[in-house]
Each structure stands twice: as structure tokens, then as C-alpha cells.
Design a protein around this ligand. Structure first.
Ligand code: MV4
Length: 450
């Protein structure tokens, strides 16, 4: 095991990694920007280093400063958390060049999965189902029209460098194809500096189902069931649950095995997530693979009785997965995560930074709150608005929802607007309670939720 690990992140995930390191008996070094000098992660870590001014381009994305901090403090590895440098292949390579272990997959795996079109083509080649569409990137609207006719309208144009919905266009009919094709290409160029696009049949109201995978350097690869992340607003997840109410044990086994085909094909090592769309007929299709630990990992931890962050660190240190003998996993109970953002749901989820003037946290059975908030902390306007993750567990989905309702009532954050009132509406909403949420859930339930 490592003696010392640097945490190249901030907020709740920096706290989460510091806690895992402490439990492993590993010394932690947290880096921070000027505005973050009083954050909880800095207080909990063994050591801390300022790496630059507040803007993330000069601090949490400042590769020389982070490598310099790791070297001067004699850290052996870097945990990137999620966001920032977590899926940056160049950073992973620079870590290795400086004798530092990047806690994550190889730069090659990051790069391959980072190109959504290459990832899709690779999956098609090994027989993983993908949404019917073009065989590769498209050069002209005429080429796009050929595939659109073949799979049938509506179709979706997607950016190869995309993710997060940027450069995506739904095309309902042939007469819109040329202008939307050009618009998607232009948006992709502006957002990613890469105008490659491809086309898929547009699925109506699918669910977003993702499989958590883990692989080590000893040839072990296993999956830890699925998460249902269908409740999103503008490609930002708000509520996630595990297991999915739409996934049977038989479907879980098939999706899990399919995710592991992807893992084996790319020689993946570490924690990763294979995302699928599940259509209303129960067919699933590969969408993309995330080569990092994800925000919503705690719900998987609760239904599998694992610690994914400690496992990532063990794998990076060359140890085998500590629970290989427990696979294949069957979900134990039900877990739900509510993302608490410093945003005002009554005002278009507008950011609401500021000082926390009162804080009262829920507890009791089956409740976990992952947060970097404390009484008197000021949420800066400079970064992501996620301030807490309320994660609840119950023996059944009904118990988890009741517990979520109870814990949301106990959670009081004053001084900033948060998404708590939104979540209180979700837990009382009929379709959510019936387990019927899909990727259009929020737009189609605005009347009740907003
Ligand atoms: C789709 C789709 C329907 N059909 N692809 C959105 C983000 C990007 N990573 C993929 N996305 C989608 N791809 C086909 N062929 C619907 C979406 C989608 C979506 C997916 C997951 C979660 C929320 C979503 C919200 C709107 C659209």
C-alpha cells in the first residue's frame, strides 16, 4: 500500500477520498485554491498545499502545480476524484512520467472511451449492442440522410467528442436534417474543437441505466449491479437509485456480462461505469463508458456493502480486488441518492452560493450524508454547485423512499437556496413512486415538480 496519496480535487469528493485514505492508514495531501483554504477536506487531511488562484484553470486544472505538490510532499499516487483532471489522458501520462501512480485506468483506456464514436465502434465490433445508426462519423448531410432513412426518423445527431448533450440534435423529419446536421457540427466544433458527428435512431423515453465495474491488475473483473440515473435536468443528474426498478435479475446478469465484455476488450483497470439506454421494450444499448469514479457511487456501495474508493486505491497499489469471492453481486436492499446543489429550483436552478447560516443534518438508520458543508462555511461561486449528497438505504424501495422523505425533512441548510424542496416533491410524486421515471421525467412532470 502507498504511504502517501495526493487528492487532486475539492468539495465532497475530496472529503470522501481523505476519509478512505485515513481508514487505509495512508497519509493524505489535499491541494486547494486560494478560496478553498478553509474547506473541510483541508481541515481533515494530514497535509495541504495551495496550488494557485481561485479559477480552476489556474488551480485544480493546473497540472504542473499539482505534480509539483505531489513531488515536494513525496506522495506516491494521485487520486483525481471526478471532474477536473479525472478523465484527462494527458494528466495520467504526466503522472506516470513523474513516477506518480494515477489512481484510475491507463491513458490509452481514457483516450479510447473519451472518443464516443471510437467507443461505439469498438463496442459494435465485439458484439455489444449499440443503438442502430451510422457505422462511423459522418461527413455530409447526404451521408446522414442515408442512415436516417435506414433506421427511420426521429434520429439523433451526436458529437464524437461529446457527452453531456452538447452537439446533440434531434431530427424529426428529412427536411430538418441538413440544417440540424450543420448546427450539431458547428456546436461540436465550438465546444470541443472537434466537429466529428455520428447518428443514431432516437429512442423515445429510454431509461439511463449504468453498470458499475471494477477490474484489477491480476485479471479480476466484476460488476456491482446497476444504477438508474434517469432523473436528470439538462444532462445533470439529480436523483439516482440502485437497483433500477426496471431491471430484473435476468436483465441485470445480461447487462453486467455485457459491461464486462467492454472492460475485457480495452484491458480496463480500476473503477469504471458502462452507460446504457434501456428502451421501453426492455432492449439495452451501449451509450458510453465513464473512466472515473462517479458522483453517485455511494448507492452502489450501500447495496453491495463495499467501499469503492478504498478499492480504487488498493487496485492502483497493485493489490487484487478485496471481494472477488463475493461476485456475482445481487443487490441487498435499495438505495437512493438526492443531489443537494446550491441552486434555486424555483428559479430555473440558478446558482445560489453564499454563507451557510444554519445547518442541521439528518441521521438514524440507513442515512448517509456526504458533504463538505459545515456551519459558517461559505459556498464559493467559482465551482460546481454540488454541496451534499443525501444517500438513503432501505430493505425495500418503499422503505428507502420513506426514509428519503424523512431525512429530507430533517436536513436544514440556511443561507443558500438548495434543491431540497425539489427532492421533497419527487418523493411524493406518483410516477417516481411507481418506479416509472425515464430520461424525460423532469420535462414531462414540470407542473408537479417546479
Ligand atoms: C440518446 C437518447 C435517445 N436515443 N440516444 C443524452 C446525453 C448523451 N450522453 C446521450 N443522451 C441521450 N442519448 C439515443 N439514440 C436520449 C438521450 C438523453 C438522455 C440520456 C440519458 C439521460 C438523460 C437524457 C436526457 C435526454 C436525452
Amino acid at each position: 500500500m502507498f504511504d502517501k496519496v495526493l487528492v487532486a480535487n475539492r468539495g465532497e469528493v475530496a472529503v470522501r477520498v481523505v476519509r478512505a485514505l485515513r481508514e487505509l492508514g495512508v497519509c493524505s495531501v489535499v491541494v486547494y485554491s486560494d478560496i478553498d483554504k478553509n474547506t473541510l477536506a483541508v481541515q481533515l487531511a494530514d497535509e495541504s498545499v495551495c496550488i494557485g488562484p481561485t479559477p480552476s484553470a489556474q488551480s485544480y486544472l493546473n497540472i504542473p502545480a499539482i505534480i509539483g505538490a505531489a513531488s515536494s510532499r513525496k506522495a506516491q499516487a494521485i487520486h483525481p476524484g471526478y471532474g477536473f483532471l479525472a478523465e484527462n489522458a494527458t494528466f495520467a501520462r504526466i503522472c506516470a512520467d513523474n513516477g506518480l501512480v494515477f489512481i484510475g485506468p491507463s491513458p490509452e483506456a481514457i483516450e479510447m472511451m473519451g472518443d464516443k464514436n471510437v467507443a461505439r465502434e469498438t463496442m459494435m465490433r465485439i458484439g455489444v449492442p449499440t443503438v442502430p445508426g451510422s457505422d462511423g462519423s459522418l461527413e455530409t448531410p447526404e451521408e446522414a440522410a442515408v442512415f436516417a432513412e435506414k433506421v427511420g426518423y426521429p434520429v439523433l445527431i451526436k458529437a464524437s467528442a461529446g457527452g453531456g448533450g452538447k452537439g446533440m440534435r434531434i431530427v424529426e423529419s428529412p427536411d430538418q436534417l441538413e440544417s440540424l446536421f450543420n448546427a450539431a457540427k458547428a456546436e461540436a466544433q465550438a465546444a470541443f474543437g472537434n466537429d466529428e458527428v455520428y447518428l443514431e435512431k432516437y429512442l423515445l423515453r429510454p431509461r439511463h441505466i449504468e453498470i458499475q465495474v471494477l477490474a484489477d491488475t491480476h485479471g479480476n473483473a466484476l460488476h456491482l449491479c446497476e444504477r438508474d440515473c434517469s432523473i436528470q435536468r439538462r444532462h445533470q443528474k439529480l436523483v439516482e437509485e440502485a437497483p433500477s426498478p426496471a431491471v430484473s435479475p435476468e436483465l441485470r446478469a445480461r447487462m453486467g456480462e455485457t459491461a464486462l465484455m467492454a472492460v475485457r476488450e480495452v484491458g480496463y483497470v480500476g473503477a469504471g461505469t458502462v452507460e446504457f439506454l434501456l428502451d421501453t421494450n426492455g432492449s439495452f444499448y451501449f451509450m458510453e463508458m465513464n473512466t472515473r469514479i462517479q458522483v453517485e457511487h455511494p448507492i452502489t456501495e450501500l447495496i453491495t456493502g463495499t467501499d469503492l474508493i478504498k478499492e480504487q486505491i488498493r487496485i492502483a497499489a497493485g493489490e487484487p480486488i478485496s471481494f472477488v469471492d463475493r461476485a456475482p453481486f445481487e443487490p441487498n436492499g435499495h438505495a437512493i441518492e438526492f443531489r443537494i446543489n446550491a441552486e434555486d429550483p424555483a428559479n430555473n436552478f440558478w446558482p445560489s452560493p453564499g454563507a451557510v447560516t444554519a445547518l442541521s443534518v439528518p441521521g438514524g438508520p440507513g442515512v448517509r450524508l456526504d458533504t463538505h458543508l459545515y456551519y459558517g462555511y461559505t459556498v464559493p461561486p467559482s465551482y460546481d454547485s454540488l454541496v451534499a449528497k443525501l444517500v438513503v438505504w432501505g430493505t425495500t424501495r418503499e422503505e428507502a423512499i420513506a426514509r428519503g422523505r424523512r431525512a429530507l425533512d430533517e436536513l436544514k441548510i440556511e443561507g443558500i437556496k438548495t434543491t431540497i424542496p425539489f427532492h421533497k416533491k419527487v418523493v411524493d410524486e406518483q410516477d417516481f413512486n411507481a418506479g416509472l421515471a425515464h430520461t424525460d421525467y423532469i420535462p414531462t412532470h414540470e407542473q408537479v415538480l417546479l
